[in-house]
Design a protein around this ligand. Sequence first.
Ligand SMILES: [Zn+2]
Ligand SMILES: [Zn+2]
Length: 166
Amino acid sequence: MGRRYYCEYCDKTFIDVLEARKKHLQSAHHIKMKNLHYELCKEPAVILREELLKTPCRRYFQHGSCQFESSCKYTHYSPEQLCELRQQVEQMEILKQKKEEAQLKIPSLESWLENYERTLNKEDGTTIHTPWVYPEMLEHRHDLPPSLIKFRPEHFHDDEFEEWGK
Ligand SMILES: [Zn+2]
Ligand SMILES: [Zn+2]
């Protein structure tokens, strides 16, 4: 038994000899299955754009079938189906836009502060919380450089101004 060739489009295996493969790849059935495969992979927006350019297939609408199927140069979509397809494409477009907008949404400074204050207010309102914690091991040391000493209100000496910012 020789090597076997598997055609993914047709889900068919046969002995892989050049002649047989060539014959298969040129067969109407294979071409049809291959076109169908790509038709199914297409984005609805692409299908809509293509179908809108075609005129209706008289054979298909008179006899209910057309041998060219999805590779027909005329459209097999009825006006109702095209309308449905258009709605589907529009729906997808809206969802896509919403997704993009959500990704772009960076919180404003105001909303960040509001959110920050809300988390502060959840705790005991009399203490002012800072997002960092002063290391306890430094609390009672007296040999620290000024930048490491825990900050207290009495450290202000030059506070003889009437209002902040003036
Ligand atoms: Zn095939
Ligand atoms: Zn047709």
